[in-house]
Write a protein that binds this ligand. Structure first.
Ligand code: THG
Length: 292
């Protein structure tokens, strides 16, 4: 599995001011540290960037590509900033992201083609957030068709079903799992990607990695290709690299209905099992789910 490092983002307390103040040091240090952590892509997230977004993105791409060779995912909702980033970047970018709103499609699909980029197809429709797996399928088919019409092949499209916090709506957490199990049939050859940390938004910081790691393993059962995730969660990176097959296997067995004897498990195994039960909806989410 591929990990796209999420840490270079404008919401961060150190990176936000550095991006706005064009302060090279913190931005390049973060790019170096994420690269050293072993990620596969680096998400460069400047947000909506309404004010001079094009200058900010061009500057950020320039300073980041001086210190790392890993491919960049350009993350902004501002199409002018996106184009400035594509112009500046020497590599093959991942455009993050193209949703189904007509004005975004019209601007971004030709850009993906012109700059020979790859794209994240975000399943956000004209009416907003899809409500279940079926609505996600309809949006995915529509988006892939429109990208194909523009000459963008399935292999260059990474579908993002939009992950939402477990503390908000457990049905949406399951809808993404169900959608992932159908994606191969409805859009053969397309890749998949999720914003993994979204699932633990609103959860106490020290508990977030449990939800993130377990949900990634659950999605891997259905062939998840990549996740935008915390580059500094070393256990998560190990899982993505296939270095923790026993834990992956345990999570998948519990998803299939196996009920292991909790007393026979290590603490680590027990934590994964409890977390699967929260994410399948079998146990109710509360901040103390690991203790019960
Ligand atoms: N899909 C796609 N792109 C995305 C998302 C997605 N880009 C943005 C986001 N979602 C993924 N990136 C992040 C980045 C940081 C966090 C969550 C998702 C995060 N940060 C901590 C916080 O806010 O508490 C810490 C911030 C910090 O670094 O200080 O949770 O879904 N295509």
């Amino acid at each position: 599995m591929k990990i796209v490092g999420e840490n270079l983002n404008i919401m961060s307390n150190t990176i936000g001011p550095a991006l706005r103040g064009r302060d090279t040091g913190p931005v390049q240090n973060m790019a170096r540290d994420e690269t050293a952590a072993g990620i596969d892509y680096l998400d460069l997230n400047i947000g909506p960037a309404r004010k001079a977004g094009d200058e900010m993105m061009a500057w950020a791409v320039d300073v980041v590509q001086k210190v790392t060779d890993i491919p960049l995912s350009l993350d902004t909702t501002n199409p002018i900033a996106m184009e400035a980033g594509l112009k500046t970047y020497r590599g093959r970018a991942l455009v993050n992201s193209v949703s189904l709103q007509p004005e975004r499609l019209e601007k971004l699909l030709p850009m993906v083609k012109e700059y020979n980029a790859e794209m994240i197809g975000l399943l956000w429709g004209v009416e907003g957030m899809p409500r279940d797996a079926n609505e996600r399928c309809l949006l995915a088919v529509d988006l892939v068709y429109k990208a194909n019409e523009m000459g963008i092949p399935n292999e260059d499209i990474w579908i993002d079903p939009i992950v939402t916090p477990v503390s908000v709506e457990i049905n949406q957490v399951q809808a993404c799992l169900e959608f992932m199990s159908m994606l191969g049939d409805i859009a053969p050859g397309c890749k998949s990607i999720i914003g993994l940390s979204n699932v633990s938004n609103g959860t106490p910081t020290h508990l977030r990695p449990y939800l993130n790691r377990t949900y990634m393993i659950m999605l891997m059962k259905y062939g998840l290709y990549s996740a935008i995730a915390d580059a500094f969660d070393s256990e998560l990176i190990s899982i993505a690299r296939g270095e923790m097959p026993e834990i992956v296997n345990l999570v998948h067995r519990v998803m299939d209905g196996e009920r292991p004897d909790m007393a026979s498990l290590s603490q680590q195994e027990a934590e994964y099992v409890k977390t699967v039960r929260v994410l399948t909806g079998e146990s109710l989410y509360s901040h103390s789910w690991l203790e019960v």
